[in-house]
Design a protein around this ligand. Structure first.
Ligand code: S3P
Length: 428
């Protein structure tokens, strides 16, 4: 099995959400090229339309036009955030600064995900919340208004919590001071706000200070390719017998590329070639060569910069010699599925020795062909990770739902097939 070629991946999901949201409050017409068109991005577009912004349809290879005022309008119906936690949590931050009541909901997976991690600090700033269901989840109602300055230490390192609070501070023109406990989560919100003239500073002791002053203005932005989507193709290239694959135009923000450090320790040959910057975001090419892999230990402080790459790294660990351990991955239990339990279950079901113990995951590699059935629970990253495992010689990996890859990576199966001439996700 040989890998070759140069490919591009769809636009960065995190940057797409943020760009659409900021454009929806920019008071004019903004143009966003390369925006992700996947289900999650459509969820953001849908709720922004429900709040009065005009967005052209999200379509591949089309620039998205966003025409908006400086404030959201009161929505006439419940805002459906689909499968997207980022849409929900970041939007709660923006809605906290708006003096009306809005109800948010989502699909079955999203309704079960914790929201108090965001509503608790937003309530400290002055927003009010109503649970519309028992326990911590959706649907819920928010009533925003005038907010106060916030100083807050996050209980977990999370870009969604951090961004919700920074966006609330921006929209309400109040200062926000934050600190994450361990490791730095992705900093796209900070970079974008800085690029728009807001003062967002980080001190050596890990505090982020954002002070009001600037005003959003309409903008143009080219969204880089998503490094989390690139990671699946890089992994497929590493597992090939021979060859080299280049992924061009991909975001290389160091708070997203933690997986590259882990891959280097595993003996993988992956080169980063930075080329340009786009509104404060480094962009370039990743070049991956077929490699033989060895186990490594991933510690808790590394996790925030590779949180979405644990599934694909676990799949690579299943092909590496030795036992890889991922420590401090408890946050995976509250992703699109309980990713920690599901990863261990699916690895075992295709014949890999794996175990989730507390908030750690152990995976012992082997070169036996993986064979068996994979349950995704609609989790896109689980589906894509196991589709990559299904490309190794002799594999018979049967994935119950590969279509859910469309949550973040439209055309994933076709792209995987285009780099490796073998059907992905089907019995060999
Ligand atoms: C995201 C942050 C991460 C990540 C998610 C996207 C973002 O979640 O898992 O896919 O765009 O801010 P947490 O910040 O909750 O870890």
């Amino acid at each position: 099995m040989h890998v070759s070629g140069t490919i591009r991946v769809p636009g960065d999901k995190s940057i797409t959400h943020r760009a659409l949201m900021l454009a929806a409050l920019a008071g004019g017409t903004s143009w966003i090229g390369g925006a992700l068109t996947a289900f999650d991005a459509r969820s953001t577009a849908r709720v922004l339309r429900g709040l009065g912004a005009e967005l052209s349809p999200l379509m591949p290879d089309r620039v998205t036009r966003v025409r908006a005022g400086r404030r959201f309008h009161r929505p006439s119906r419940r805002l459906d955030c689909g499968n997207s936690g980022t849409t929900t949590r970041l939007l709660l931050g923006l809605l906290a600064a708006h003096p009306f009541r809005a109800e948010l909901t989502g699909d079955a997976s999203l309704r079960g995900r914790p929201m108090r991690r965001v509503t608790t600090p937003l309530a400290q700033m002055g927003a009010r919340f109503e649970d519309l269901v028992d326990g911590d989840g959706l649907p819920l109602a928010i009533r925003g208004g005038r907010l106060h300055e916030l100083t807050y230490e996050l209980p977990v390192s999370s870009a969604q919590i951090k961004s919700a609070l920074l966006l609330a501070g921006m929209a309400a023109a109040v200062p926000v001071h934050l600190r994450e406990p361990l490791g730095r989560s992705r900093d796209h919100t900070e970079r974008l706000l800085r690029a728009f003239g807001f003062a967002v500073q980080e001190t050596p002791d890990g505090w982020i200070h954002s002070v009001p002053g600037a005003r959003l203005a309409p903008f143009e932005l080219q969204v880089p390719g998503d490094p989390s989507s690139a990671a699946f193709l890089v992994a497929a290239a590493l597992l090939a017998d021979a060859g080299e694959l280049a992924v061009a135009g991909v975001g290389l923000n160091p708070t997203r590329t933690g997986f590259l450090q882990v891959l280097a320790r595993m003996g993988a040959s992956v080169r980063q070639e930075p080329e340009r910057e786009e509104l404060g975001e480094p962009v370039g090419t990743l070049v991956a060569r077929a490699s033989s892999l060895v186990a490594t230990e991933v510690n808790g402080a590394e996790i925030p910069a590779l949180i979405d790459e644990v599934p694909i790294l676990a799949v690579l660990a299943a092909r590496a010699s030795g036992t890889t351990v991922f420590r401090g991955v408890g946050e995976l239990r509250v992703k699109e599925s309980d990713r920690l339990a599901l990863l261990a279950e699916d690895l075992v079901s295709v014949g890999v020795a794996a175990e989730a113990v507390g908030d750690a995951l152990y995976v012992t590699g082997s070169d036996r062909p993986p064979r068996g059935r994979v349950r995704t629970l609609g989790d896109h990253r689980i589906a894509m990770a196991f589709a990559v495992l299904g490309t190794v010689p002799g594999a018979a990996v049967d994935i119950d739902d590969l279509a859910c890859a469309g949550v973040s990576f439209p055309g994933f199966s076709a792209t995987l097939r285009s780099i490796i001439p073998r059907p992905a996700g089907r019995r060999a």
